[in-house]
Design a protein around this ligand. Sequence first.
Ligand code: ADP
Ligand code: MG
Ligand code: MG
Length: 252
Amino acid sequence: TPLLQVNDLRAKIVESNVQILHGVNLTVNQGEVHAIMGKNGSGKSTFAKVLVGHPDYEVTGGSVVFKGENLLEMEPEERSLSGLFMSFQSPVEIPGVSNDEFLVMAYNARRKKLGLPELGPLECFSYLMEKLQLVNMKPDFLNRNVNEGFSGGERKRNEILQLAVLGADLAILDEIDSGLDVDALRDVAGAVNRILTPQNSLMMITHYRRILDLLNPTHVHVMDKGKIARTGDISMVETIEAEGYETVSAST
Ligand code: ADP
Ligand code: MG
Ligand code: MG
């Protein structure tokens, strides 16, 4: 059975009642890497946020099954504990809570959900060190307050560190490559590649080919007007770069 099965998913913005998703269909299996591309405003971020249960949106139709369970009936926190990851960085800084405390709390909550014992302070420390190494980040990063003074690039790296620490069956990364210089992009992509295994899957929203060349998606989708308008493999990215989204979306 698929890891994620999205059928005819429809959703609107709660505040304005505006319908954004108009019937999204998507199947993700274990070990696959799915790229979601598409024009600004086509609904990519909305799709991701609806999957993780963001309160700004209300599902108006369709179904989502994740690991055999009805995802739409689960609270956002439960979705994350069950292995659906999307960066949980808040736009506000959390005074007095350091990054490592935050990560350890989140990781121990997930261990509990998996039926594993919580890690004590020393085990936590070595686990975090191992993951820092995996994503190639400096230990001083852990002592910073959550989101306090993180640059754009540091936020992106922190997102990958969160993913490495928590682990996930399906990770959703929304424009993880935006605003990164070439070196940072290579680092981040390398870290994502080290996190990926045949047992987990990635859904990556991006505008750019550079990160796709580094991550080798198994599937490439183009979203248009709240639907997945076209699905192909990495070769479709060349067509998009040459001709833009319009021809690619129109040729369905
Ligand atoms: P993308 O990520 O593909 O650029 P989005 O999903 O962010 O597109 O947005 C799709 C459309 O929905 C846009 O027109 C955007 O302005 C609108 N939208 C999304 N979320 C909200 C929101 N919370 N409030 C108001 N408008 C929103
Ligand atoms: Mg956008
Ligand atoms: Mg977006």
